[in-house]
Design a protein around this ligand. Structure first.
Ligand code: PAF
Length: 243
């Protein structure tokens, strides 16, 4: 049904954009929708909490699911179609395929989440082939994910242009994320040290005031002193290939 609708739009000469999400939509997602509406005629949003990208001890069970509220938000921003498949539509019995991108899926967010990116690339391959949109947009907050998905569509000649959507912050400066609801007010205050630390490092890199490694080490130390129990990574990489 999804493909028929997209085909009908294409036959009318209309362009189609897709925003894959896991739901619990916030204004970061809504901004991605608005950015996509500037680029294409019709916007499809998918909501699917993808079990394959969660590790065994991660938050799959408690990940926020609020489809009724999501539908209202999608109506408010005039999204054209919501695709919310059941797990069997994505992973029917007998499913054996894994889509994997090498090298750029190592380290950074993958260091503590083995298998995470295989889950993402497998589900996004399916979503793009099911929908066949002209463009798909992924938020800048998950920058490694964006680079991986761009590589995936280039490597496999998937005819969807992958676009990086601008990062959106809440008023206090924290990047929007469905998982921010897990934070207590006290933890949220501590989390604000992430954007502050990143800004400081960016300025040190731009002005060349400190060797990169010193700047990073100081950043990690500052986060630990601010109340983080652990800093999983703080690194400087090239944006095109993550080297
Ligand atoms: O960024 C997300 O919400 C997910 O990783 C995505 C791209 C929807 C794949 O499940």
């Amino acid at each position: 049904n999804l493909r028929d609708q997209v085909k009908a739009w294409h036959n009318q000469g209309l362009t189609v954009g897709m925003i894959p999400t896991m739901g619990a939509l916030h204004h970061g997602h809504l901004s991605l929708i608005k950015q996509t509406q500037q680029l294409v005629d019709k916007v499809v949003v998918s909501i699917f909490v993808n079990p394959k990208q969660f590790g065994p001890n991660e938050d799959f069970d408690k990940y926020p699911r609020q489809e009724a509220e999501d539908v209202k938000k999608l109506e408010q921003v005039s999204a054209d179609l919501l695709y919310a498949p059941d797990p069997e539509e994505i992973y029917p019995g007998g499913f054996l395929t894994n889509v994997s991108v090498r090298k750029i899926t190592e380290g950074l967010c993958a260091a503590k989440r083995p298998g995470h990116f295989d889950g993402v690339t497998t589900v996004v391959t399916k979503l793009l082939l099911q929908c066949q949109p002209d463009v798909a947009i992924f938020g800048e907050k998950d920058f490694q994910q964006y680079v991986v998905l761009k590589r995936l569509t280039d490597d496999l000649d998937i005819p969807t242009k992958v676009i990086c959507g601008t990062l959106i912050r809440d008023e206090d400066g924290l990047a929007t994320s469905s998982r921010n609801i897990y934070l207590t007010p006290e933890e949220r205050k501590i989390a604000l040290e992430i954007p502050r630390t990143l800004k400081k490092i960016v300025s040190e890199v731009e002005t060349g005031t400190l060797p990169l490694q010193v700047s990073l080490d100081q950043g990690v130390q500052h986060l630990l002193n601010s109340g983080f129990s652990e800093v999983q990574y703080l690194e400087i990489r090239q944006s095109d290939n993550l080297e």
